[in-house]
Design a protein around this ligand. Sequence first.
Ligand SMILES: [Zn+2]
Ligand SMILES: [Zn+2]
Ligand SMILES: [Zn+2]
Length: 149
Amino acid sequence: MYSKEEMRKTIERHGIRLTPQRTAIVDALSGFPGIFSVGDLQRHLAKSNPDLGRATLFRAIDLFVRLGVLEKVHREAGEDGYTVGVTGHHHHLICRICGDIRHIDFCPIQKDIDDLVLQEGFSDSVHRFEIEGVCAICREKSLRKKKKA
Ligand SMILES: [Zn+2]
Ligand SMILES: [Zn+2]
Ligand SMILES: [Zn+2]
């Protein structure tokens, strides 16, 4: 996962200026180890940066996604979210209750995809998929609740 320092370096390496607002956003990102929405980030930043508008925030997030510093995460239920990026090809395992996210750094289907792509006469393929489930902590919590009821 990108650290604050790595995020800054990646942004600057692309010739993008770290404005005070972008710096504030980068700083805020370390407060979100899991998945967050634009609203979450905006609420988090509201106190320290009351002037930061939603449009500026959206533009910065778009930019960070393009640089790979952030990743967009599709959720089966509810709105799509974002998470701090990880380099290299990987997949996501997401808890649908708490939004905990694991970056799985191997590809279980690369070979099948390569075969399929070749068979269809395609090249230069990319793919992504996400797996949703219930994490161990949330499962434990729900079991305890059931026992009490
Ligand atoms: Zn969970
Ligand atoms: Zn990831
Ligand atoms: Zn893969």
